[in-house]
Design a binder for this molecule. Sequence first.
Ligand code: B3K
Ligand code: ZN
Length: 882
Amino acid sequence: MRSETAPAIRLEDYRPPAYRIDKVHLNVLLDPAATEITATLSLSRAEGTREGTPLVLDGDELSLTGLKLNGQDLPETAYAAAADRLEILTPPAAPFELTIVTQVNPDSNTKLMGLFRSSGTYCTQCEAEGFRRITYFLDRPDVLAVYTTRLEAPKAECPVLLANGNLVEEGPVEGSGRHYAVWHDPHPKPAYLFALVAGDLARVPDSFTTASGKEVALNIYVEHGKETRCGWAMDSLKRSMRWDEETFGREYDLDVFNIVAVSDFNMGAMENKGLNVFNDKYVLADPETATDQDYANIEAVIAHEYFHNWTGNRITCRDWFQLCLKEGLTVFRDQEFSADMRSRPVKRIADVSLLKSHQFPEDAGPLAHPVRPRLYHEINNFYTATVYEKGAEVVRMLKTLLGAETFRAGLDLYFQRHDGEATTIEAFLACFEDAAGIDLGQFALWYDQAGTPVVTVSTRYDPERQTFSVSLSQEIPPVPGQAPTKPAVIPLRFGLIGPNGEDMDIEAAPEGARISGDVIVLEKTHQDVTFRNIASAPVLSLLRGFSAPVRLDHKPRPEELQFQAAQDSDPFNRWQAVQTLAMQDLVRLAGEFRKGADATPSEDVIRVFGSVLTDTSLDPALKAQALTLPSEADIAQEIGKNVDPDAVHAARQRLRQAVSSQHGDAFLALLATASREDGYSPDAASAGKRALSNRALYYYAAEGSADAAALVWDRYASADNMTDRLAALTLLVHDHMPRETEALDLYKARHESNSLAMDKWFMTQATAPGDETLAKVRALMTHPLYDAGNPNKVRALLQSFATGNPTQFARKDGAGFALIAESVLEIDKRNPQVASRLLTSFRSWRALDPQRSALAESALLRVSSCEDLSRDSRDIVDRTLQ
Ligand code: B3K
Ligand code: ZN
């Protein structure tokens, strides 16, 4: 017998809540095994609710220990209580107060939803539906209440007591060794934004003065001894606060902004009002233990959670179908922030690479869903790349179509019109319609249609008529269960590059398409665009800056791509041209290898890499990106069907070696000149230089010579920062260099006491190609520093194996799939969210060759046959097998 699939929740079934909860008072008596929560709710019938309508509150694994209505005990016949709901059968007609007492066990809460403990610290995670694991409630985002939270705990164990809002009172509980604190949050909020934290934590204080002169106390709370690693996060927070004022006119609205870093957390971080809780991976950094990528991630995640204060908290979602209303918009905002803090093109390339490697396969596989889904079984499975990353692209397209000024006016209107509300995508779009005076009806399809549109392009130059014609058509591949799609509005930023490498001036508006500035708006299935007075054949540079989340089916001649790789004034398309050239060759090589034939990389591609390498005009970070080969997963995605990961791996290695042997001297020279700067600085320019020298090391190491191995070892042993150390370690381990084991041991000895640094050690080994990796991963699962209850460890070892080691995950003996299936079943018992996330690593199984896809299917069936699978994993396995 298999577990039942949970009932589907549908957007069309949305009904406003029958009752309002205006005020919530919580009294929380903290105890590791028996925390008592007394919730006093001020309730009233919503407009239109008939008298006597039962009040049904949500619960999840709760036990009710007390219940009063307007201060009076309720007879047992007046209510029905179960672990997952509390029903008051005939509530009074007039506003009333309900007092609910529940008891929970934070220590046994391994799901890390609701109230749990991480290394002894009490903390909460309520989004999406965790508040109902603390008390019975109308746990839905459109019920907004003002919260007052009183916390009480033994002072010695929990000197720090935090909740949302401002601290209004604190003191000892006389004669008990206990103390209390009362926090009040004046901003009405949904329950998913509730948080409390209690424990023995160190505080790193700072402050920020807002544009209107208000002083805000800023604090980061961490485990004792980690205070020195909070500087970058604090600096990022202050820059985020300033940026949001300057860029979007958004000021902070409480007296205090607290961040708490914990080590056991299901996600990256959580934007609880005034009390953000973070996975410590996105707070703690120093050069010794964090890479440049870690610094960039911290900056982005701190900003993201902070920006939620307006886009998410002040204005929240009416229901969970509207998740992209806060997530897509907030990702867009954090991407813009990082672009302003760093290099805009480098950031754009990084974001698009992520979109293509995470969101595109999601949109092309069994887990595809629209940016705003219409149906879910388990909402936690919809915190996806589609909702977040594609959601951000939709907002970016809006800006591209409207222009920066009108976009800002629309957003201002949104903040003004909907402040304090729980709202919808329709309401959001209406603000832009009103600001711009246009109809966004067709644009709105981006929220409703799953699948990545394919834009097919062909061009023709007529020298006699001096016209350049571009034929464009769009198609969204069919997604099972989705109605036939309608044409989307696709903004295509473009340029026509003349023979001298410069963009041509386009004097007359072309025929056949709406065009604004340098953007062609494709809005029909097919459009022919004709440019006149074009004196010589141009090269079309289309989708500049990746102006829409589409796939281009455009087959420029290799010379055109090479020309773009060298000349395109748009850095994104320059990068894209190099990638396309490499990708085409990698796909060809993999095809040959799959047939058992031999093949050599294209001379042209190798030459293009050489020109990138020696181009002195390119900034180092961009150069490093251009010299990065598409990942094995990206190549597999491009191949699309019958994928043989071994052939893909071999193709990629072959191209790497060919580039190395052709340009080895240049890489060596680059390594010699990339002298280490004194002292480490995480700024983008320094990070770019490190990225480039580590790219050079990657190619140089491919020679496989003793000299190369010695150089990598030397870089490893002498590294004075984690970026360089990890880059060298990865080469030693992934290329199986002679001193691989010694390097791993040395790393362990150095970082043993630092859990985050050890995550990198686990990950490096889990992603190493080679048959022996599987046994190593199994052995590491019993390593004393591994902890199956810590989500970061599971992600470092198992998730990175499943998603970052395609040849081993998809081994021909099925052992890779089996390991992950087994692990999913094991983890699912304790933490369904972590298990179901791990299970999504199977999502592209149908694209594999028949032998491998059969093995993947049987691993999935094994998971599916489990009797008591969680709702989270059941949902993923059902959809993946569909
Ligand atoms: N809103 C949280 C994610 C909550 C995930 C719940 N399963 C973090 C963020 O997007 O900022
Ligand atoms: Zn978010």
